[in-house]
Write a protein that binds this ligand. Structure first.
Ligand code: ADP
Ligand code: MG
Length: 504
């Protein structure tokens, strides 16, 4: 969450991007609608079922005890409490981030959801459980602290520094340490903690909390596995709030480098947003992308920018690269997703599939012999179009990145696609050809030619070498000539990026 958001109204609370479950509509007659008795009855029902905004202390106590309950309302209250606590914790982090070491600080106290009394870790004030009616252990606790001050003639004056009172108070204050710090329940014990021991425990609880906050923060800043980080969530919320998307419905795929969601399209001023969209979130955990540097740092379209960028921006460049490549492909009519919007590391495109069901990958689909044959010829044609008309090599073409939809093949996943003049462009093309040839030959397509023949057919080169090793040597030599040529032409041949992702 960004700092300003803590104080801003929270529209996402009203408009949930994950969609709300539709409530069943019970048909009723007009006379029912007009009936006063029914109105009263409904009002009563509503009043008794109103979801409480704040959680009663009983619930808080139940949570502390870990009590089980079969009541849906209580469960909901407990969940709400957990949610509110998380919200408050985030608020606290924002507060300290904003204030830093500054002497003048801004407090977010008023925006907290959980009442300080219920918030075990939030208050440094004394909580004299001995004095509260609400403590569930009250009956089992030892006698209350004596009242402070002058108790009457002949009796001693009790100050707040009284050793016994102080010791008991310290024991009670341990409850403020936070739920992760186990302090025991102290039932039946008249525990008195000295100030020194209490202070040491307090210090320890603080450092523990800082340590776990750090771990949590690390997790929050990476889009690991299926989860997405808070920045990504915010960008997605913004897309829903601005109306580009109506809903983000669920995850289609969670790979090593990206997570893909299905979304219902909304509207954009100057562009038609398809009714079904795929939202590809490039993961901001950088490890996987390190292995892919070669695809981008040698791509002259991105080379200059690559060296100057920090890793987070490089991830955005992957998304940008996919956008440009898809746009080129779409322009020449290669079946592929159509770009809707790029926002930092999130690419919104048309959904290949129907009714929330993504089209199957070629490797998973059962095709008749004729369809498989047709698919093969289509793939060869698409590879040729990609090479000659788009000036691109897919560079990760396999049955995993081809979808079968509406009786034809669709290419996806082109973030790593490069131009043939890339220093490894022809090698990538050879690998693509090998994957395609081997797959279709295995599927029994009689027309499927070997990878060397396919390579020549796609690239219009006429490499004649009889074996793979020599073939690859020849490819390398050609690449070298290409590279020298590009270097000579320099920036003249460099493509201009027609769309700047930052402008969206
Ligand atoms: P990765 O780099 O993680 O392999 P892909 O672009 O291949 O990313 O997407 C992963 C999976 O998500 C695909 O195999 C496909 O099932 C699904 N997918 C991606 N884009 C779309 C789309 N536009 N429409 C439908 N499904 C898609
Ligand atoms: Mg893929």
């Amino acid at each position: 969450m960004e700092p300003g958001l803590a104080t801003a109204p929270q529209p996402w609370r009203d408009k949930c991007p994950w969609g709300s479950s539709p409530s069943p509509i019970t048909p009723c007659s007009l006379s029912d609608v007009m009936s006063e008795e029914l109105v009263k009855e409904l009002q009563q029902q509503e009043a008794s079922a109103t979801f409480p905004h704040t959680i009663g202390i009983d619930t808080a106590d139940l949570i502390r005890e870990g009590a089980e309950t079969s009541s849906d309302l209580l469960l909901a209250q407990m969940l709400q409490m957990e949610f509110d606590r998380e919200y408050d914790a985030q608020l606290r982090r924002e507060e300290s981030k904003l204030n830093g070491d500054s002497k003048v600080s801004i407090s977010f106290e008023n925006y907290r959801m959980v009442h300080p009394f219920e918030e075990s870790g939030s208050s440094e004030d004394e909580v004299d459980w001995q004095d509260t009616q609400l403590d569930p252990y009250k009956l089992d606790k030892p006698s209350a602290n004596p009242k402070r001050g002058f108790a009457g003639k002949g009796k001693e004056i009790t100050t707040k520094h009284d050793e016994e009172a102080c010791g008991r108070r310290n024991t009670a204050r341990m409850e403020n340490f936070g739920p992760e710090f186990q302090v025991g329940d102290g039932i039946g014990m008249d525990l008195k903690l000295s100030n020194r021991v209490f202070n040491e425990l307090k210090q320890h609880s603080y450092s523990e909390r800082r340590r776990s906050a750090k771990i949590h923060e690390k997790k929050e800043h990476s889009t690991s596995d299926q989860a997405i980080d808070s920045r990504t969530r915010l960008l997605l919320y913004k897309m829903v709030n601005s109306g580009v998307l109506d809903n983000i419905n669920g995850c289609i795929s969670a790979g090593k480098e990206s997570v893909v969601f299905h979304a219902s399209g909304g509207s954009l001023a100057d562009k038609i947003v398809p009714a079904e969209c795929a939202v590809k979130v490039f993961k901001t955990t950088l490890n996987e992308f390190k292995n892919r540097d070669k695809y981008i740092k040698d791509d002259y379209r991105f080379r200059d920018r690559f060296s100057k960028l920090n890793p987070r921006k490089i991830i955005r460049m992957w998304a940008e690269k996919e956008m440009h490549n898809l746009t080129r492909m779409h322009q020449v009519g290669i079946p592929c997703p159509e770009v809707v919007l790029l926002k930092k590391h999130i690419l919104v495109m048309s959904f290949i599939g129907q009714d929330h069901v993504a089209a199957p990958k070629l490797k998973d689909v059962q095709l008749s012999n004729e369809d498989m044959q047709r698919a093969y010829h289509q793939v060869v044609h698409m590879m040729q179009q990609l090479y000659t008309e788009c000036n691109l090599v897919h560079a990760d073409l396999s049955a995993y990145n081809m979808l079968w939809h509406m009786g034809k093949i669709w290419f996806i996943d082109v973030s790593q696609s490069v131009e043939p003049t890339h220093p490894h462009g022809l090698q990538f093309l050879f690998r693509d050809c090998k994957n395609v040839s081997q797959f279709f030959q295995k599927m029994g397509v009689a027309d499927a030619v070997g990878e060397r023949e396919l390579f020549n057919a796609v690239s219009n080169l006429a490499i004649t070498e009889e074996n793979e090793v020599d073939f690859l040597v020849e490819i390398e030599a050609l690449q070298k000539i290409n590279e020298d040529h590009v270097q000579k032409c320099g920036k003249q041949s460099k493509l201009k990026t027609d769309e700047d992702p930052e402008n969206y």
